[in-house]
Design a protein around this ligand. Structure first.
Ligand SMILES: *[C@@H]1O[C@H](CO)[C@@H](O)[C@H](O)[C@H]1NC(C)=O
Length: 95
């Protein structure tokens, strides 16, 4: 049992380490079509830079910077103090 626990720990460490090297895409903006009601402005995290966020304007992804020193809080959809934002940079930029 202890061996299994140890193996799981090492495995998740390896996974986490690998993810930071890998490029990844930001989450896609919700679909917006002519028949759809204008959605509430959606803000999404940028998984490789906590100082930025994605603003979705009618389905179009636009990268925006947070004010200096703030991190994006994905739960509240605001730029927040880094202590409160709980932002994790889990990968590198795809470009
Ligand atoms: C993250 O975004 C900020 C704001 O746009 C920018 O100043 C900073 O250079 C970026 N950091 C990285 C590692 O790209």
């Amino acid at each position: 049992m202890a061996t299994l626990y140890c193996a799981v720990l090492i495995f998740s460490f390896v996974l986490t380490g690998a993810q930071q090297e890998e490029p990844c895409e930001a989450e896609k903006c919700p679909q917006y079509g002519p028949t759809e009601v204008e959605p509430v402005l959606t803000l999404l995290p940028v998984p490789w830079n906590c100082s930025q966020y994605v603003a979705c304007d009618r389905g179009i992804q636009m990268f925006r910077p947070c004010p200096l020193g703030l991190h994006f809080n994905a739960v509240l959809m605001v730029c927040d103090y880094p202590d409160h934002a709980n932002c994790v940079e889990r990968c590198t930029s795809p470009t």
